[in-house]
Write a protein that binds this ligand. Structure first.
Ligand code: AMP
Ligand code: ZN
Length: 451
């Protein structure tokens, strides 16, 4: 089998054929640093991380750029609210983001790029678009992309083109808007007093870039006019990525991205987790409950990146216990590292090559751990091999992991408690204590720790 990815552009799973097999060029839309990202946002970065790890596992070199949006409507507004300069405000949240990525065990991209470092390159693209008549200046000196002039507008989000374009009655200056509000979008926003001291004086006048041009400039500057893969969450498809295509392909006349890949949402009560619905959690909320960020990563990998998943604490708690159990079983394998099982590796490759099928890869991991026909040392080697892709950090698992025996006793106790057999439940608790562990019952279930 060969690598196959679902391409949003064609809405099909396709064989992955790189532009240049020596190095894959990959761009991942990064965070807008106006606040702490919520854990739904982290699905986008964990998905991009798994994708990159799969490419590395398959033997490719990968050049991955991730941007930091440190200038847009939201960063300006929130920095003003806090009475901070844009720079000091965005730098704080950028650092917090970096810390979170480490705790989620994400590989560092080849480079993080800050939008404010690329203003010149953005101006150059906009000038090209003006020359080609694909952009125009409006009465307030802002510059807009003329979507009716770009024949492929809508190809990514599969808009019913002519009908939508005919309805496109005006222009929109804000960065984010809905599909049914398709309009000419802002490439360059002329300064207005709401922007305060945030502006650049350029050949285009005094102002600041629109959000969409930022990613076109950072991608093309660092990776060239054409790249293999561009990632983001599904809500980036329109308008952000649609507009990136218009700007980049409008300027170069070449196809910008070969494979567009998007992760689905994390939901809460079946509604998208988002700041605007105020139904979000941040990574700190997870850590405050004594749950490791890696358990969140593990929970996400139990679903395919293209399916929506509903976040509930009980499920995360369950995956925390399951991961600890895996860690415990891994520790029990001893210190020797043997040979990677070719048979398991073959299956593992088959699953991850099929559009990153992490749920099947994880169930294979459980099969492997429980397989009585494989030596502990070979199991260990194979787990570490799988973990190059899964990133569950087996390499650094410490000895204080809760042993399998204790987990089993705790599960047994839960069972008898459900049946209201409190005598037996107390006996089991005593047994657990005698083995050096204690159980605390919390609203999210029992928590086991060393005495
Ligand atoms: P933003 O900082 O708002 O640009 O979002 C960062 C990334 O998170 C983008 O790729 C979004 O598509 C993605 N995203 C936003 N909300 C969710 C969610 N609830 N579930 C999964 N991904 C999301
Ligand atoms: Zn972007």
């Amino acid at each position: 089998m060969s690598l196959r990815f679902y391409n949003t552009l064609t809405r099909k799973k396709e064989d992955f054929i790189p532009i240049d097999s020596k190095e894959i060029k990959m761009y991942s839309c990064g965070p807008t640093v106006y606040n702490y990202p919520h854990i739904g946002n982290y699905r986008a970065y964990i998905f991009a991380d798994i994708l990159k790890r799969v490419l590395l596992y398959e033997g490719f070199n990968v050049k991955q750029i991730m941007n930091i949006t440190d200038i847009d409507d939201k960063t300006i507004l929130n920095s003003q609210k806090e009475g901070k300069t844009l720079k000091e405000f965005t730098e704080f949240f950028t650092e917090e983001f970096f810390k979170d990525l480490k705790s989620l065990n994400l590989l560092e991209p080849s480079k993080f790029t800050k939008a404010t470092d690329y203003i010149d390159q953005m101006v150059n693209i906009i000038k090209k678009l003006l020359e080609k008549n694909l952009a125009y200046k409006s009465t307030d000196n802002s510059i807009y992309f003329d979507i009716k002039k770009f024949k492929n507008y809508g190809k990514l989000s599969h808009l019913v083109l002519e009908k939508q374009k005919d309805n496109a009655s005006g222009r929109i200056k804000t960065d984010e808007y809905e599909k049914d509000n398709i309009q000419d979008f802002a490439l360059w926003k002329a300064w207005d007093k709401k922007d305060g001291d945030v502006f650049w004086k350029t050949d285009l006048g005094k102002g600041r870039p629109g959000w969409h041009i930022e990613c076109s400039a950072m991608s093309m500057t660092n990776l060239g006019e054409q790249i293999d893969i561009h990632t983001g969450g599904v809500d980036n498809i329109f308008p952000h990525h649609e507009n990136e295509i218009a700007q980049s392909e409008g300027a170069t006349g070449k196809q910008f991205v070969k494979y567009w890949m998007h992760n689905e949402w994390v939901l809460v009560d079946q509604k998208k987790m988002s700041k605007s619905y105020n139904n979000f959690y941040i990574l700190k909320d997870i850590k405050d409950k004594g749950i490791s960020p890696i358990s969140y990563r593990f929970w996400l990998l139990m679903a395919n990146y293209r399916t929506r998943i509903n976040f509930v604490w009980e499920a995360l708690e369950g995956s925390d216990i399951a991961l600890k159990r895996l860690y415990g079983l891994y520790i029990d394998l001893g210190n020797d590292i043997g040979k990677i099982s070719k048979e398991y590796q073959q299956k593992f490759k088959e699953y991850i090559e099929d559009d990153l099928d992490t749920p099947r890869a994880l169930s294979l991991l459980w099969d492997l751990v429980k397989d009585a026909n494989l030596s502990p040392a070979d199991k260990k080697a194979t787990i570490l091999d799988f973990d190059k892709v899964l990133g569950l950090d087996f390499e650094n698992v410490k000895k204080e992991i809760i042993p399998e025996e204790i987990i089993k006793l705790s599960e047994e106790r839960e069972e008898v408690r459900k049946n209201k057999d409190f005598k037996k439940s107390d006996e089991l608790r005593n047994k657990i204590n005698s083995l050096g562990y204690e159980i605390k019952d919390s609203s999210e279930g029992p928590k086991i720790s060393k005495i």
